[in-house]
Design a protein around this ligand. Structure first.
Ligand SMILES: *Cc1c(COP(=O)(O)O)cnc(C)c1O
Length: 377
């Protein structure tokens, strides 16, 4: 079976994990957590990084720290992985779903700008949704598939309407806009180390920020809000959202290999683009000139989506459709969905992701491309 995007444990993972086990430092204390955080902040170009148990819990903590609660609305793209929306719902806030850009498959910035212009108003420097009277404090862009939108434009829209940006950059470790790393644009950004991401700790996440107070609070809240080093004194309802040392040990080993993984993902994407562009009606995600994506998960757009999916999966070449758009899920069907002819559905009906593990051989890439070509022959 060719995995879609499998973990690559070819470095010092075993050595560092063994070190944890031999010394007994497997849990909440140990040097790998500090080291992983330091490496992550350095890589992302932020001052601070706080490790978490998952990307989802990282997002949840960011929203709590931004003060999001029951009477708030949070703007998010309609095409994303469910975790973005779950994190919003954990805070009891209401999502506003924005339709998808036809070219780069990120949040459509024209639809976003029009919505903010027409459907919201400013009171004392705060953005409110006119129809419901609810506050809109946050916009949560998702760098879908490690690609990025026109960040200058997004930042400008956010500033104009007094919105704080929290980035769901969980798919975008190694992605840049004008040389600035994903996750470093907003008040806070997030990474995920789930098994299929560009690096993995089995499961895990990270919050990155330049704000020292927020970083300290994030550490505090993710470790049960213990306020005394000795006594079991706690000063808030905290969470057990920390990353354990044995997972961080894997994370350090993975970070060492990240530049190589990024190179390989680029080569895989280049290969697929060369082999498949012009085959039938296949096109790839548009990448803006200022964006250097991490090429995490090569995904093609074709009207023969179902046929290609079947042909590949029947041949044990794991491939997957795009996420079902959020507005089509039962939990969100009553939430506001700002759209232009429901382009999200159109993109969902046409896209599929194809095998791209960093260790995939060139021969296997060739085989995948040939299998796809057969569908159009
Ligand atoms: C992977 C991912 C997350 C976080 O996932 P975890 O499995 O909790 O680490 C959040 N949002 C998006 C868009 C993702 O792809």
């Amino acid at each position: 079976m060719l995995l879609l995007s499998g973990p690559n444990m070819g470095g010092n993972e075993l050595k560092y994990v063994t070190e944890c086990i031999e010394t007994g430092w497997v849990s909440s204390v140990g040097s790998f957590v500090d080291q992983f955080e330091k490496m992550s902040a350095e890589f992302a170009g932020t001052k601070y990084a706080v490790a978490t148990s998952s990307g989802t819990t990282a997002l949840h903590i960011c929203l709590i720290l931004a003060g999001v609660g029951e009477n708030d609305m949070v703007i998010a793209p309609n095409i994303t992985f469910i975790a973005t929306l779950n994190a919003i719902k954990y805070t009891n806030a209401t999502p506003i779903l924005i339709d998808t850009d036809a070219g780069n498959w990120q949040m459509d910035l024209t639809i976003l700008a029009d919505f903010l212009q027409n459907e919201t108003e400013q009171r004392n420097g705060v953005c409110y949704h006119k129809a419901t009277g609810k506050r809109i404090p946050i916009i949560m862009p998702v760098h879908v598939l490690g690609n990025m939108c026109d960040m200058d434009k997004l930042m400008q829209i956010a500033q104009q309407h007094n919105l704080t940006i929290i980035e769901d950059s969980t798919e975008a470790l190694g992605s840049y806009y004008k040389g600035k790393h994903a996750g470093s644009f907003g008040l806070m950004g997030t990474f995920s180390y789930n098994g299929n991401k560009i690096i993995t700790t089995g499961g895990g996440g990270m919050i990155v920020t330049d704000d020292e107070a927020l970083a300290k609070k994030a550490k505090h809240l993710t470790t049960q809000a213990k306020s005394d080093p000795f006594e079991y004194m706690h000063d808030a309802i905290g969470y057990n959202y920390r990353l354990v040392n044995v997972a961080a040990a894997m994370g350090v080993a993975q970070m060492e290999q990240l530049p190589g993984f990024l190179q390989r993902k680029q080569a895989i994407t280049d290969f697929y683009k060369k082999a498949l562009t012009g085959v039938g009606d296949i096109v790839f995600q548009e990448v803006l000139p200022n964006v250097q994506p991490n090429n995490w998960l090569p995904t093609i757009f074709t009207s023969k989506q179902r046929e290609v999916l079947k042909a590949l999966n029947d041949s044990k070449m794991q491939s997957r459709p795009f996420w079902v758009p959020m507005n089509q899920l039962p939990m969100f069907k009553n939430d506001l969905y700002v759209n232009n002819n429901d382009r999200s559905d159109y993109i969902y009906q046409h896209c599929l992701s194809i095998p791209c593990s960093t260790y995939i051989t060139d021969a296997d890439l060739e085989a995948v491309a040939n299998k796809i070509k057969e569908v159009f022959a």
